[in-house]
Design a binder for this molecule. Structure first.
Ligand code: NAI
Length: 292
């Protein structure tokens, strides 16, 4: 497995973490992003993570050098040449994913699996633009990818057994726990999670409690690791809202999945969460303070 070269498209929240996991698991990895600034940020963040691991004793200098040596940061999709698995983790927009899937297929060999980390889009639709659609699959990591054990593996109707088995074996070999599920909106976790965010937003909008109180009740009293507003800020209000919109439309506008104006306005205002230092909470002081 380790001799398979891995390509990751998108060096944002998810792509950078996925590339790190693959490199730590012994693969040559190419991380590609259109934005050089994003690649630089991903590289700096990776160095910090590896240094922290050295401090904690879970990695030594030789290990760090080996991991970094296996990673290539690039703005060119052509550097995917020779890869056995590509994992796309770019913006959650079907038309953009269609474009990059077509582009990737022109570069890689016929045996290369082309996967998407999409949270909510149809894998069948993403794969429909490929000349060899049996190589498409969903490989859905959770945030942060290096720490979260679960990975959903989603074969589309076009995916063949070989693609499914190979993709699953590769991810299993990365010390992840895989679950194979059907190509349906939100798969397992994001579908179950919709009401967690949706009802919390409705409780807030109805004036039943403020968002910090809802988070406090869910963490301190109900045993959740993060409250819904803290989690939306962590995921990114843009990504989280877009996923809700997609799931809502995909279920033929079932009111159970209706998105909330409050989150839409946060997204439009650029209050995306931790990544912009402002979401439902203000992070500019280095701690999460409820934003006015
Ligand atoms: P992000 O916004 O943090 O990063 C996206 C990256 O893709 C950016 O660096 C951007 O420059 C790059 N990009 C955009 N268009 C590109 C193109 N055509 N070619 C190359 N690079 C391009 O997004 P994030 O949060 O990492 O999400 C990526 C994907 O992962 C989405 O499909 C999302 O639904 C999914 N996902 C997100 C999770 C989260 O918690 N944020 C969790 C699991 C899946």
């Amino acid at each position: 497995m380790k001799n398979i070269k891995i390509g990751v498209l998108g060096a944002g929240t998810m792509g950078a973490g996925i590339a790190q996991v693959a490199a730590q698991s012994g693969h040559e990895v190419v991380l590609v992003d259109v934005n050089q600034v994003q690649l630089d940020k991903a590289k700096i963040a990776l160095m910090k993570i590896l240094d922290r691991m050295i401090e904690k004793g879970s990695l030594d200098d030789t290990g760090k050098t080996a991991i970094v040596g296996r990673m290539q940061f690039s703005t060119q999709v052509t550097d995917f040449k020779g890869s056995g698995l590509i994992i796309e983790a770019i913006v959650e927009k079907i038309e953009v994913k269609h474009l990059v899937f077509k582009e990737i297929e022109e570069i890689v060999g016929v045996d290369c699996i082309i996967a998407s980390n999409t949270s909510s889009l149809s894998i069948a639709s993403i794969g429909s633009v490929l000349k060899v659609p049996s190589r498409v699959i969903g490989i859905h990591f959770f945030n942060p990818a290096p720490l979260m054990p679960l990975v959903e593996i989603i074969p589309a109707v076009q995916t063949n057994t070989e693609t499914l088995n190979t993709a699953k074996s590769i991810i299993d070999s990365w010390n992840k726990v895989t679950v194979v599920c059907k190509d349906t909106p939100g798969f397992i976790v994001n579908r179950v999670a919709r009401p967690f965010y949706g009802e919390a937003l409705r409780i807030y909008e109805e004036g039943i409690a403020d968002f910090a109180t809802i988070d406090w009740a869910m963490t301190e009293l109900a045993g959740f690791r993060m409250g819904p507003f803290t989690l939306m800020d962590y995921i990114g209000n843009d990504i989280n809202y877009t996923v809700t919109e997609t799931v809502f439309a995909a279920f033929y506008y079932d009111p159970r999945f209706k998105p909330a104006f409050t989150q839409k306005r946060h997204m439009e205002a650029g209050f995306l969460g931790r990544k912009t230092a402002r979401g439902f909470y203000d992070y500019s002081e280095g701690i999460a303070l409820p934003a006015p």
